[in-house]
Design a binder for this molecule. Structure first.
Ligand code: ADP
Ligand code: MG
Length: 317
């Protein structure tokens, strides 16, 4: 398809944006007008994805659209917020309608799953880059924060760890990429239902984007506590076990990012409620350790201190 003008691209996006009762005015004016339910808190987050940094240049446009939204919905999930609306800044090397249509195939497929409305944005020319601001709703005092973990709390993680990093490792090595791992990298599942179910149960929560140990360290710092983690207890998919030797697999699970699982802490008194919440949310989770008074995150393997070569991705490191 030949390149088209900015306003034609916006018209294509506007046509496809789903309505929501609380969107008074969506795409098309200088601002969107939204009607938040009275008394609810807004949870607001923003994440950007840059080509070559957050996804390989040959990533399918539909997967880029999915992932750009997924990483933002994952932040809402980690706060226990119900996704509502968002805006999207799209920087494109050229006005390629084929790219834009495919991008929004992925974006709106995920948005529809969560009733998330795209209400505005900006479209500019430049290197491929996507930034989304997502807004969610949560009752006052019920958000899942990073600063509530207490000594003795159990540490849990949803799903499996290391899959996305495993796919990246295979891609970097020029090896065949396992389709299961590839899907986890390209189309992460934001754990929205789990985040909502954990309100009133988890004492703290974070989504695993930089690597489990690094993200758990954020909880520990914010809460003024430490953690002991059983490396052997970290959940692994069959695909990951099949693709890597145990040493490499453990590093991918403990330090690999991009899985967008939830890591959360639960006081012993809420153990039964957690069991019910996991059933309600339809998401599996594994107990991987305990919060300690002594600060720092201590991974342990077979009773001895274990150290990963790197503790998570940091930009500008
Ligand atoms: P303005 O110049 O007033 O900022 P624009 O021409 O940039 O308006 O955008 C026109 C309308 O299209 C606005 O409502 C804006 O929010 C929306 N819009 C522009 N780009 C996007 C995009 N990538 N996704 C969603 N909405 C967009
Ligand atoms: Mg604008």
């Amino acid at each position: 398809m030949p390149p088209v003008h900015e306003f034609d691209l916006i018209a294509r996006i506007r046509q496809r944006a789903a309505a929501r009762g609380d969107v008074v005015l969506g795409i098309g004016d200088d601002c969107a007008l939204l009607l938040p339910p009275p008394g609810m808190q807004l949870a607001v987050t923003m994440d950007a994805l840059n080509v070559g940094v957050h996804f390989p240049p040959d990533t399918a446009p539909a997967d880029i659209g999915w992932k750009a939204l997924a990483v933002n919905l994952s932040d809402l999930a980690a706060m226990g917020a119900q996704p509502a609306w968002g805006t999207l800044s799209l920087s494109l090397p050229q006005g390629d309608p084929g790219f834009v249509d495919a991008f929004f195939d992925g974006f709106f497929a995920l948005a529809a799953q969560h009733g998330f409305a795209l209400v505005g944005g900006d479209t500019t020319r430049g290197p491929l880059s996507i930034a989304i601001t997502a807004h969610g709703l949560v009752e006052p005092g019920r958000a899942l924060r990073r600063d509530g973990a207490r000594e003795g709390d159990d540490i849990w993680v949803s799903g499996t760890l290391g899959d996305a990093a495993g796919a990246l490792r295979q891609w970097q090595a020029g090896a065949a990429i396992s389709p299961v791992l590839q899907a986890r990298l390209d189309r992460p599942t934001p754990r929205v239902a789990l985040g909502l179910a954990l309100r009133g149960i988890a004492s703290s929560c974070i989504d695993v984007s930089d690597g489990l140990l690094a993200d758990l360290a954020h909880i520990c710092r914010a809460s003024g506590v430490g953690a002991e983690v059983d490396v052997d207890a970290l959940p692994a998919s069959d695909a990951l076990r099949a693709a890597f030797d145990p040493d490499t697999r453990r590093v991918l699970q403990a330090a690999g990012g991009d899985d967008y699982e939830l890591c959360f802490t639960v006081p012993a008194s809420a153990a039964e409620a957690l069991g019910n919440a996991l059933v309600d949310a339809g998401t599996g989770a594994t107990r991987i350790g305990t919060i300690t008074a002594a600060t720092g995150v201590r991974p342990v393997l077979a009773g001895a201190a274990w150290s990963a070569p790197a503790t998570g991705w940091q930009h500008f490191a």
